[in-house]
Ligand binder design. Sequence first.
Ligand code: NAP
Length: 456
Amino acid sequence: MTQLGSDACPARVAVVGAGPAGFYAAELLLKSTHRVKVDLFEKLPSPYGLVRYGVAPDHPKMRTVTARFDRTGQHEDFEYFGNISLGHDIDFDTLRNFYDAVVITTGAQEPRLLGIPGEKLPGSYTARPFIRWYNAYPDYKGPDYNLDCDTAVVIGNGNVALDIARALASSNDKLAATDMATHAVRALADSQIKTVYIVGRRGPIQSSFSYQEINELDELDNCDIEIDTLDLALDESDQEELDMKERRQPRRFLPQLQKYADSGSGKECRIVFKFLRSPIRIEGNDKVERIVLEKNRLEGAPGKRKAVATGETETISCGLVVSSIGYRGKAVDGIPFDEKRGVIPNSEGRVTKDGQQVPGLYVSGWIKRGPTGVIGTNKVDSKETVNILLDDLPRLQACPDRDSAALRRQLTNAGARPVDYDEWLAISAAEQAAGEASGKPRERFTRIADMLAVLD
Ligand code: NAP
């Protein structure tokens, strides 16, 4: 039989999930020395995943990578199947019939939970719906945020916690100039929140903040940043840990935290860092009224220090709690899943089941390695997966159905509405035009039906 990956028989690869890992995988496959046709499936009409629906609205530079993704979108061997959800519009067996290999890049969509009493009270939420709310995730079904309280508490010491704190504390002029959803800009303009606590269970050196995110808090002109200088004092173990390679970011941002601790006060709002504290309870009658924190001390060798409860507690009165303690992947029908780690089990990107490779099935991005790293980390990750897939190419079983147009017809006949890349660009242009009218970079559609109406 003709070799898969030749001009006579291009390899057919389906990539599922149009976030950064998916686009990087598609780009690398299309640029390989083999002839590969890539079809990218995405459950929303809009591509870009986390770049569009995760990155903070005040970080437009991080979104410029979409220009690169759009170049992939225009490649002659690339097709986009937006608005097609695996497990809903198409099942895994059909996908296997049409593609020699499938790469799953669906990200980590489920929040990790604190597992403490009161976590489900109105006013206590996880980061994911909050971010979707302000980023205009289509057909958002999460809570309407009541910002009619003076204090919010964000749990977690990662960059997502800082994104949320900035959104809650930024001046409205700043937010209105971004492509934040208009409903969120309005709600935040009416917000009564004056104090945002950021609570971490370990110390600043063990936090996952990046230097850039800590540094840019300086740009919040309306807001004081407060830290207890005692939290910044270093003992011998801290100093040893700070010198470690993996603590490069804290090494860089510690002087900036010190600068905040020494700076003045009296601005209209404040962000207060509270380190070495774990939430143990959220209290209130029928909504959040306060959160109880327990103080921790650190135990263990430098680099492996764990938070250990001291028994001493502290209560903060607040009306909003957002926990931002990481994400986990969601199982996809028909595909192995490691419930404990929240990822698809794999070896260097080859999906495995009971330790054996599942032929023709690959994975990349957060659903492969867990929710770590910045957007560019997904390029390295997808490179590993794509190289492995290309190595496997001579051994892959050729799929029987090799016509993407036939699949598109099949999906349409079954009542789905696949969106191609030119159609996505038309939706995007409509958003930009609407934004011009309201002085924003774009006015994002909040409903899938409105996106599709552009194509009528
Ligand atoms: P993250 O960086 O993994 O941070 C999670 C935080 O939650 C950690 O401080 C962790 O503390 C804490 N945590 C976990 N379980 C907890 C519990 N039960 N109680 C209290 N605290 C708990 O996750 P993330 O902030 O969601 O970010 C995900 C990834 O996206 C990261 O790689 C991040 O850098 C990236 N990101 C980057 C940017 C940017 O570049 N601007 C923006 C947003 C996100 P421990 O360390 O003690 O476990």
